[in-house]
Design a protein around this ligand. Structure first.
Ligand code: SAM
Length: 326
């Protein structure tokens, strides 16, 4: 089965948030005071998350990314991941984490069947890292990254949200990291999510990021596989690792968008920036999984052609990424 939307896009990638809780407070992701937490009843059980995953895979999803909040803070995550990994027809199970708990959990994640990790690391300088994450310990994340390497994961994708005047001075440091290590560093344009500050001032356009790198290094293109994300990939000639730029704001990669999102409270969204989603709870409550699959197909059919964020006069939509799962 295939999930094709009204714009002819093949939707084969589900981003599944398993919790809105996080053990960091990144400034670009949530307001300083945190966000109102979902109550225990609002958060879907693992059983329901598994039903959604299974029906999504039956409908045509081939890749699932488990995210959050911080997915590793949810109790029982490893047995849940093993069950998702075992779904017939699923080609890829990957997970996005801030790395704080990786030291303890890396081997368990590998054994559960997670194929690859995306790790958020927005600075290589402890004090800048602590400032961005409002208290996060860079050393713990670096230890987590190494633990995951020892556990046998293929080279990690490292996510860096680039913010002007905050960490954009480290772009070349991250590039140098790829000379010696096989990481896929992905620079992400800052998106206006938490409603803080002037996003246009913070956002460093992907073209500028690339230009700054190209002034110092000779770059070569790297081609994406079908299931890889929207990042435009390249590498420094001779480097072990690669580089990517996710132009969430300036790139309009909506044309190639293959994603569906489901939040921890069961809201399904065709677009990260949709003002609202479709609540899957009522259909989960019917116990009818065929109906659930139909609902997923319906949501894909209604997926918007493109987000409107960069349109003239458009205002930033204030929401916390920790809710939707990035
Ligand atoms: N806790 C995990 C983590 O830190 O990676 C997973 C959830 S986090 C919301 C997922 C991704 O969203 C991270 O890679 C983060 O960098 C990205 N993200 C969050 N807010 C963002 C923003 N305002 N602009 C760009 N990327 C953002």
């Amino acid at each position: 089965m295939e999930l094709i939307d009204t714009y002819g896009r093949r939707i084969n990638y589900l981003r599944l948030s398993v919790t809105d809780r996080c053990n960091m407070r990144c400034s670009y992701c949530m307001p300083e005071g945190g966000v109102e937490k979902l109550t225990h009843d609002q958060v879907l059980s693992y059983e329901d998350l598994l039903r959604i995953s299974a029906e999504a895979v039956r409908a045509g999803i081939e890749k699932i990314r488990v995210t959050g909040g911080e997915p590793l803070v949810r109790k029982g995550i490893l047995p849940f991941l093993s069950r998702v990994a075992a779904l017939d027809g699923l080609k890829e199970l990957v997970l996005t984490t801030n790395g704080l708990l990786l030291k303890e959990l890396a081997q368990g994640l590998r054994d559960a069947g997670v194929q690859r990790l995306n790790i958020s690391i927005d600075s290589l300088r402890p004090e800048v890292f602590a400032k961005i994450t409002r208290g996060g310990d860079l050393a713990l994340v670096l230890e987590g990254i190494e633990a995951a390497e020892r556990a046998g994961f293929p080279p990690h994708k490292l996510n860096v949200v680039v913010m002007r005047g905050v960490n954009d001075g480290e772009i070349l440091d991250f590039v140098r990291l790829t000379l010696e290590r096989p990481y896929a560093v992905r620079f992400i344009e800052y998106m206006p999510t938490s409603g803080e500050g002037d996003w246009r001032a913070l956002c460093v356009p992907g073209a500028e990021i690339r230009e700054r790198i190209a002034q110092q290094f000779t770059l070569e293109e790297v081609h994406n596989s079908e299931l890889s994300g929207p990042s435009k990939n390249f590498r420094v000639e001779g480097a072990q690792g690669s580089l990517g730029i996710i132009t969430a704001m300036t790139g309009h990669f909506c044309d190639g968008c293959n994603r569906l999102r489901v939040t921890a409270s069961g809201m399904a969204q065709g677009c990260l920036f949709s003002a609202s989603g479709v609540d899957l709870k009522p259909v989960l409550a019917t116990g009818d999984d065929a109906l659930l699959r139909l609902e997923i197909q319906r949501i894909v059919a209604a997926k918007p052609g493109r987000h409107q964020l960069t349109d003239e006069g458009a205002e930033a939509v204030p929401f916390a990424m920790s809710r939707v799962g990035g």
